[in-house]
Design a protein around this ligand. Structure first.
Ligand code: ATP
Ligand code: MG
Ligand code: FE
Length: 332
């Protein structure tokens, strides 16, 4: 079976082809237009998707050395995401399906982040996923394919959102997550103890207070000329420690509670080197198998949509032409 996957939930226009032989192509057109605004502007995102979607799909087909005629089903992100962005991908996918009379598969973007781990690995069920991205921070108990129980999630900001907002306070470009990660490698993680919230709660998170505490901390150092220039790496390292320590503590709680022996990381923040390292240490301590997608499959991509669509198509989980996008689509 040959699946064309389309992703357009946020600011990445992406297309990929997944077949019985595995992933055949994975094309991403990132939208540079948002950089100057320090965040994604929804209206501009929809327009950019519209402009690049066909070119991106053509490129994915060419790179896979195939054509639309050989595609058996189209998998597309149904949500969660920005409504206008989702509409562009979904309507385009429906058009392709109608023109070729092939079925449509509606994919949950957060499920796809998890199943990105199957592109190059084969995690054993049941497992726990720490899904950490720009809009979500979730601990999910995955008992079998598409059999998910949400153990807990963030009450306010997502981990990626925390990295990005703190980066903005530090004067770093958007998205700041990867920049803070790089800076942190040169800094002292123990330079400052930023607060870790909700440690008395097993599986829920809160990151909005951290952002505020970084702001007050910098205000307190106002009298030291050049403080931030001198200590940017140290602040990045300390912030990274605060975020990743709390993520891994709650992941440890989830392993204990569910008694799984396999864990996976998913979403853009799973690209974070400190998180990857801490998760490796935890897995070793607990005798767990750990799966982390390679960097290209952590942040938004269509390979994860295509593989999830492939798994759904094999289970006959097709959608009809009434499929609607949902900005807050929950995992089943
Ligand atoms: P969602 O998946 O919740 O809808 P999204 O699709 O916007 O949100 P992703 O593309 O999965 O999110 O991830 C983007 C986020 O990952 C951004 O917040 C970005 O800063 C963060 N991120 C990417 N690389 C790193 C890194 N190395 N360290 C920390 N954060 C990172
Ligand atoms: Mg993005
Ligand atoms: Fe995402």
């Amino acid at each position: 079976m040959n699946i064309l996957g389309i992703e357009s939930s946020c600011d990445e226009t992406a297309a990929a082809v997944y077949t019985d032989e595995g992933l055949r192509s994975n094309i991403i057109a990132s939208q540079a237009v948002h950089e100057q605004y320090g965040g994604v502007v929804p209206e501009l995102a929809s327009r950019a998707h519209h402009k690049t979607i066909w070119r991106t799909i053509e490129q994915a087909l060419t790179e896979a050395d195939t054509s639309l005629q050989a595609i058996d089903a189209v998998a597309v992100t149904q949500g969660p995401g920005l409504m206008g962005s989702l509409l562009v991908g979904l309507c385009f996918a429906k058009g392709l399906c109608l023109s070729r009379d092939i079925p449509l598969v509606g994919v949950n973007h957060m499920d796809a982040h998890i199943y990105a781990n199957f592109i190059e690995g084969q995690p054993n069920y049941p497992f726990v996923s720490l899904t950490v991205s720009g809009g979500h921070t979730q601990l999910v108990h995955v008992k079998g394919p598409f059999d998910h129980t949400l153990l807990g999630e963030t009450r306010d900001d997502a981990a990626g959102e925390a990295f990005d907002k703190i980066g903005k306070i530090l004067g770093l470009p958007y998205p700041a997550g990867p920049v803070i990660d790089q800076r942190a490698k040169e800094g002292d993680t123990m330079f400052h103890d930023f607060p870790q919230a909700m440690l008395d709660n097993d599986f829920e998170f809160s990151f909005s207070g951290l952002k505020t505490s970084v702001m007050y901390y910098l205000e307190d150092q106002d009298d030291q000329a050049g403080f931030l220039e001198d200590h940017l790496d140290d602040v990045c390292a300390s912030v990274s420690r605060a975020i990743t320590e709390v993520l891994v503590k709650k992941l440890a709680n989830a392993i204990e509670h569910t008694e799984v022996d396999t864990i996976v990381l998913a979403g853009g923040v799973s690209a974070n080197s400190m998180l990857r390292q801490k998760a490796q240490t935890l897995a070793k301590e607990r005798g767990c198998q750990l799966h982390i997608p390679q960097l290209a499959y952590c942040t938004d991509n269509a390979a994860m949509i295509a593989i999830t669509g492939y798994m759904m198509a094999q289970r006959n989980q097709f959608a009809d032409m009434n499929l609607k996008p949902f900005a807050n689509l929950a995992s089943k």
